[in-house]
Design a protein around this ligand. Structure first.
Ligand code: GTR
Length: 426
């Protein structure tokens, strides 16, 4: 099969509008001295958060259900048509960065091989952008001996996936997933934006920006590119008659969990979003800082991984309380689709309690749809270990042990009816 489409892209058009609004703010930044500076210097350049707040664990956080104008959001239509766009724009401008806005041509070519009970499709996504053409594989494994229950689209920064349908590690149990009736499609994050400070621009980013020029401060870097590329893989999946496009869950672990959440927040075609121990700039509330457990802070992540997020995010180093958003609102953007937050008890760097609190706070926006039951018996930390909690459209578990994606996690994703949710009642 060969399929070609030319477009500015759905996301591209939205981005252009957002970028135009953001421009005046950027002009102010441009006249200020060097942008990358100490946390102190950077923080003096962003205004303190002055919008409406909610209280989580005794601390004030941005209220997802009050418009910037001060009007309360009481209907899903105002949420979807107005408030959701405000939050999305704030995340783009201040955290993950703006998506590519240049036109591109997208082509898919598919090499299909049949194995016993499994069909493998190595899909090559080819993006011809203004400065270069970049191709990357989407390794897709589909069971053929039973009805397919749904598809996991995995963002894999460990470059773990191979072409082998028998591969079966804890992190990537392709054979077990297929045997259980699930399809899996995998993109290697390094194929689109290498997970490296000196080479992250080398593939997709330099196809959209001149390699000799500095990136705009508000342009997305590696994590945003991983998310964007997952959506391009989804562009393919919706065309594949072996895949039920209404049952695709984007999933990632840790840094890829951040990317999966951001992909699912932006791209409403994903029926479910699974964030496995995504921590800082993923599921963890930023305002908790080190959270008494030496958890990763915004300053730490920006200093250790300066190429993951927009340059604008660095203004919040040591200054989380000025952020116009916090991470509960990233989950809000997924509503009313299923969001699954998974933590590990020993994963202090990710601040499991901070992930849990963001999850419980997100029930507020799901509640607007009448599906606010998050499945937990109580919103008080700490829930029981190794227990999958499932609400109408929200799922959670806290695994014992340390930072990893393992077969205990996958077991919950496979048995948990991830691809269904109660219908919104509003
Ligand atoms: C850590 C980083 C985390 C998380 C993790 C991972 O070094 O501090 O934000 O992304 O890597 O990806 O495993």
């Amino acid at each position: 099969m060969n399929k070609t489409s030319t477009k500015a892209g759905r996301t591209g058009r939205i981005t252009a509008a957002v970028a135009a609004t953001a421009f005046s703010a950027l002009c102010v930044l441009a006249s200020a001295p060097a942008f990358v500076g100490s946390a102190q210097a950077a923080s003096s350049r962003v205004a303190a958060y002055s919008g409406a707040t909610i209280t989580i664990d005794g601390v004030k956080y941005p209220d997802p259900l009050t418009l910037k104008s001060g009007t309360k959001v009481t209907s899903t239509s105002v949420w979807e048509n107005s408030r959701r766009a405000e939050i999305l724009a704030d995340f783009r401008q201040n955290v993950y960065g703006q998506n590519f806005s240049g036109n591109y041509t997208q082509t898919f070519s598919v090499a299909t091989t049949n194995f016993t009970n499994v069909k493998r499709k190595i899909v090559t996504v080819r993006i011809a952008a203004p400065y270069a053409t970049v191709s990357y594989p989407v390794r897709t494994f589909i069971p053929t001996n039973q009805a397919v229950k749904g598809t996991f689209l995995m963002i894999d920064h460990r470059a773990a996936a191979t072409d082998d349908p028998a591969q079966n590690t804890d992190y990537l149990p392709v054979a077990r997933l297929n045997a259980a009736g699930y399809a899996i499609a995998i993109i290697n994050a390094n194929d689109v934006a290498p997970d490296n400070n000196s080479s992250y621009r080398s593939k997709m980013i330099n196809a959209f920006y001149k390699s000799s020029s500095a990136l705009p401060d508000n342009a997305m870097r590696a994590v945003g590119t991983w998310s964007w590329s997952a959506s391009r893989a989804m562009d393919y999946l919706v065309t594949d008659s072996d895949i039920d496009a209404s049952k695709v869950a984007v999933i990632g672990h840790s840094r890829s969990g951040k990317a999966a959440l951001w992909a699912g927040a932006q791209d409403t075609r994903f029926a479910a979003v699974i964030s496995n121990e995504s921590g800082n700039t993923g599921a963890k509330l930023a305002r908790r800082g080190a959270a008494g457990v030496n958890a990763e802070t915004v300053a730490a992540i920006n200093n250790n991984f300066p190429y993951w997020f927009a340059q604008t995010y660095k203004a919040y180093n040591g200054n989380e309380s000025s952020l116009p958003v916090d991470q509960h609102e990233l989950m809000d953007l997924v509503a009313p689709r299923r969001v699954y937050i998974a933590s590990a008890q020993g994963d202090n760097n990710s601040d499991p309690k901070g992930e849990f609190l963001a999850y419980t706070a997100a029930s507020q926006v799901y509640g607007l749809y009448g599906i606010g039951n998050n499945g937990l018996p109580s919103n008080t930390w700490q829930p029981a270990l190794n227990t999958p909690y499932r609400g109408d459209a929200m799922s959670y578990h806290l695994r014992s042990g340390s930072h990893d994606l393992n077969y205990v996690d996958w077991g919950f994703y496979m048995n948990g009816d991830v691809f269904n949710r109660s219908a919104p009642t509003q």
